[in-house]
Design a protein around this ligand. Structure first.
Ligand code: ADP
Ligand code: ZN
Length: 216
């Protein structure tokens, strides 16, 4: 199953993709996570990406597409994958098709998660991330047992640097301008399904599993 998760920042792409990856035993490939890893490790790619991410802009396609192409060649992608946060521009979508076609592969399904703006803003403002292991919490909906401390590793919880309110507004604009047009692109290809992720991600995951079971 070769899948793309689409959705605005804060729509819950990462949470839903993580759960689906476990259910179908395929890798969850998040470009945001890959970039954050590079930034933490201070690699040259991380240095190139950092200023864009911290201001809510897209990292240039030259950097992003090469990074994803390399990841998709890894052997664990043989049975499929879930892309989260890629593609984010029409040019990235076309490049993805070309990269996959080189090995006779293609995208099977695009899942667009829909959520109201109000929920997006409350999810992002409440989000906290463990500085050590990356586990994600939310002060309202999924708090850690001890405030500010990770349940899994005892690390300190912090705001993601690009979750500052001004940067969130910029990310939403970037999404509307550059990523939203992809919805139309994948509707035309008859690959898109739309799922409401306003409520529980567990319900969303069950809805997607039921949909896929119908297909087979
Ligand atoms: P969100 O979907 O909540 O904005 P992500 O973790 O997916 O968060 O992405 C964080 C940031 O990483 C984005 O704002 C952008 O700067 C960068 N990024 C992630 N994926 C891409 C991509 N496909 N192309 C360009 N930049 C990207
Ligand atoms: Zn942790």
């Amino acid at each position: 199953m070769r899948t793309i998760m689409l959705g605005a920042p804060g729509s819950g792409k990462g949470t839903v993709a993580t759960k689906l990856a476990v259910v179908y035993d395929i890798p969850h490939i998040s470009t945001g996570d890959l970039f954050r890893h590079h930034i933490k490790e201070k690699t040259p790619l991380g240095e190139q990406a950092e200023s864009y991410i911290s201001t809510g802009q897209l990292v240039p396609d030259e950097v992003t597409i090469g990074m994803v192409a390399e990841r998709l060649r890894d052997p664990d992608c043989g049975e499929g994958f879930i892309l989260d946060g890629f593609p984010r521009t029409t040019h990235q979508a076309e490049s993805l098709d070309r990269i996959l076609a080189e090995d006779g592969r293609a995208i099977d399904l695009v899942i667009n998660l829909t959520v109201s703006d109000e929920i997006i803003l409350s999810r992002i403002s409440g989000r906290r991330v463990c500085a050590s292991c990356g586990q994600i919490y939310n002060v309202d909906t999924h708090p850690s047992r001890t405030e500010g401390i990770c349940d899994l590793c005892g690390g300190n919880l912090m705001l993601r640097p690009d979750d500052a309110p001004e940067t969130v507004m910029r990310r939403l604009e970037t999404y509307r301008e550059q990523t939203e047009p992809l919805i139309e692109h994948y509707i035309k290809k008859e690959l898109l399904i739309e799922i409401d992720n306003e409520h529980s991600s567990a319900v969303t995951v069950q809805t997607i599993i039921a949909f896929l079971a119908e297909l087979h």
